[in-house]
Design a binder for this molecule. Sequence first.
Ligand code: XIL
Length: 381
Amino acid sequence: MNSLLRGIAVGVVVWVCGCTSHSGSTSSESGTSSSSSSSTATIIVGTSPYWSSTPALKDLASFPIGMEVSAANDTRSIFVLKDQLPTINKHFNSLVAGVIMKMRYLHPAEKTYYYTDADALADYAAQHAMILHGHTLIWHWDSEIPAWMKNYTGDWESMLNDHVTQICTHFAGRVTSWDVVNEAIDETTTSGFRESMFYNHVGKKYIENAYIAARAADPNAVLYYNEFGMESSAQKLAILLAMLDDFKARSIPLDGVGFQMHTSLYSPKVDTIKAAFKAVADRGFKIRISEMDMQSNIGHASALDLSMANSQHDRYKEIIKAYLEAVPPAQRAGITFWGLVDGESWLNYLDPSYKDWPLLFNDDYSPKPAFYGVAEALAGY
Ligand code: XIL
């Protein structure tokens, strides 16, 4: 295919010392990009031969298109950084909280639940005809486990059941679906399960308990197991599939699997990703791509360049296509991206010496070529 048909004739807008110069062709939106930046920055704006103006992603899919957001009074909160709202509202019809619906936040003390911020997010979603996906009831990540829980000396099984029950009951009718358990598999352990606090106190049973409690508390919520890396580790995928088969055989109420898809520009091969989707889909489960982003800077590049941006377009496109090809329509439960603009990606916060451009939008909210990779795949181009 020639470069125009690949749909990423890209406008490069270079800002130097506040002067703006353009090279290449720019999309209608790139021309209106902010030029107030005082530092040197390169913004690569995507275009596509298929649209004359930027299409709304949510209009291109028959399943939810989601965005991870900050809320409460965080600097990136949708209630604080209002600049981002037109882009979020235009493209997404599903929201998920990056932080404020995790264990530490919702359950700060043994007898205390804190819902104010998550309620505000649920209200925002409802007012904008968006669904809210709940993330996440049980997760091992040290800083997201409340201190009281770490020191808990009572009956862990009933304490965790109560945690799940209280939260699911509170949000019933307003949270459409939950990541009930997040990241419980560890292919490096003898059992195949992560030796988290939950596992160490309750055993593997904590996982099924959580689904049973969630279903009882909110029978209408769609219940997911969310995990990373099943598409890159055959061992991890095998453990997942065994768990799915076991849950199915014993009627544990699990409806679907979230593939986080914190992927890389370089691996794994798209066929491997597709085979992982298919293996789960063949078992009848719903599938979400739940936290998609794309680590791209394995060298020490200091800026996104055209070649990397174009490769992101191609890789986003082929992964979304793989999802559409492997997962039958009734089992496609949506695609959620883990962050709006590159500069705010969690990958840029993990290590201050590392920089990446893993998302669909530039920091000025202009769509990157990656955006058009997703749009083209969704539209069937
Ligand atoms: C991350 C958030 O993006 C960060 O803001 C937070 O500090 C740590 O968690 N897998 C998950 C998500 O399931 O909850 C993580 O989100 C990213 C990895």
